[in-house]
Design a protein around this ligand. Structure first.
Ligand code: GLA
Length: 415
């Protein structure tokens, strides 16, 4: 387990300074509500007891320097915004520093990051990094930003780094409560802790296939957001609704109305063909998205819409099941989510499918991929007595990739 001490020692060793504060920023697993946040439909994640620790000391020189135990190099980020060329993890740091340009201009900081949160995809290591770094800068510079603002700005920073991100990860890292999941609604924005009943344990298992947001998984993810925007454009046209931009499925009508029409969407088509059907110029749609809107790309509108709309209903069902203490019904929402992610969203992999099936056979109430998919991690909900068997079953599929129990933790803390 990594403690705040590891980040503090790294700060001392790299920059010769002791921290003013250290921020603990947890990772998260999403229980259900996958690929719904960017459509303004609800999610049900929880923060976990795996985290990044961010140790920081303010300086007088107008630059932020960041070292991370998990990555090579030192990010050197001038406060004047001259770090547009930053790549990979450093692009996230650059985005955060840029979104803090109105706080303590002229001040700088040295920062060290360490932690026990795996960064193979699905556990929000990128958002733990963005939120943790922003909260640390805010504390070091006395910015006085509240949790909502930090979560929103961290999401904007990630968009600057090229990921469309819907806001779930940053919000749960900011607002989670120990022992609870967090239901987040985006339209209108609100969040509410949902207590986790006794008799429910969680296991997270790596598939052994990396899907980091900085790599190929980013394009695949951004492509699904484009599919959602195109589906919204076509459905708004069918409904005779004048949509607001950026287009989101959750904004145009009640989901059961939209759901009926979604069945009629064309299963295959290019971005151009679907855009023509919606009678909205692609240039207008593209203005609101960071992904690539090449007109010859396939646009997975029908599958994306069917998944997102059914997933929103599963969030309601999962919250009701948790509140009723019906763990079997809760597990069924996880299994239904995985099936829809595989068949409609097409973001599972053969390995994730096998991993989930094995964890179910070992006694889980339910299991699913968690996060954006395309590799990364899976989650199982199980009785506490089944945890060891579920871990063993997962590792039997992956040849020993990490699998471990997780508990619902609180949001980020400044200490
Ligand atoms: C990533 C994004 C989130 C969300 C999930 C999929 O983690 O950052 O905003 O869209 O994928 O549910």
């Amino acid at each position: 387990m990594t403690t705040a001490h590891d980040a503090q020692a790294l700060l001392q060793e790299t920059f010769g300074m002791s921290p003013a504060v250290t921020v603990r920023a947890p990772g998260r697993v999403n229980l259900v509500g996958e690929h719904t946040d960017y459509a303004h439909l609800p999610v049900l994640p929880m923060a976990i007891d795996r985290a990044l620790q961010v140790a920081i000391a303010p300086t007088d020189d107008p630059a932020v320097r960041v070292v991370s135990a998990g990555f090579d190099g030192i990010a050197e980020l001038p406060r004047d915004g001259g770090s547009a060329a930053a790549r990979g993890w450093q692009a996230y740091a650059a985005g955060v520093v840029q979104r803090m340009n109105d706080v303590a201009p002229g001040c700088g900081a040295v920062v060290a990051v360490a932690g026990d949160l795996p960064h193979g995809g699905g556990l929000s290591s990128s958002s733990a990094f963005s939120v943790g770094l922003m909260a640390a800068l805010d504390a070091a510079w006395d910015g006085g930003l509240d949790r909502d603002t930090i979560a929103k700005r961290a999401a904007e920073a990630e968009r600057t780094a090229g990921v469309e991100t819907g806001g779930m990860d940053q919000q749960v890292i900011a607002h989670a409560l120990a022992g609870h999941a967090l239901r987040i609604d985006f339209y209108p924005f609100q969040h509410r802790p949902v207590p986790l009943p006794a008799g429910l344990a969680f296991v997270v298992a790596s598939s052994g296939e990396d899907a980091p947001k900085g790599g190929a998984a980013r394009d695949a993810y951004n492509g699904r957001v484009i599919g959602m925007r195109l589906a919204t454009a076509v459905l708004a046209e069918k409904l005779g609704v004048e949509p607001s931009f950026p287009l989101r499925l959750g904004d145009i009508a009640e989901i059961d109305v939209v759901d009926l029409l979604a069945e009629e969407l064309q299963p295959h088509g290019t971005v151009k063909e679907i855009g023509d059907q919606a009678r909205i110029p692609i240039s207008k749609l593209a203005r609101f998205s960071v992904g690539s809107w090449e007109i010859d790309r396939p646009a997975p509108v029908r599958g994306v819409a069917l998944h997102i709309l059914s997933e929103a209903e599963r969030v309601n069902a999962a919250v009701a099941a948790l509140e009723a203490g019906d763990l079997k019904a809760f597990g069924e929402t996880l299994n239904g989510s995985h099936q829809s992610l595989r068949e409609h969203m097409e973001c599972s992999t053969g390995r994730l499918d096998k991993l989930c099936a094995a964890m179910r056979r070992a006694g889980a109430f339910g299991a699913r991929l968690t996060g954006a998919g395309f590799g990364g991690h899976a989650l199982a909900a199980c009785p506490p007595g089944a945890v060891d068997g579920v871990i063993e079953a997962a590792q039997g599929v992956t040849g020993g990739a990490p699998a471990f129990p997780v508990e619902a933790s609180g949001g980020y803390e400044v200490v």
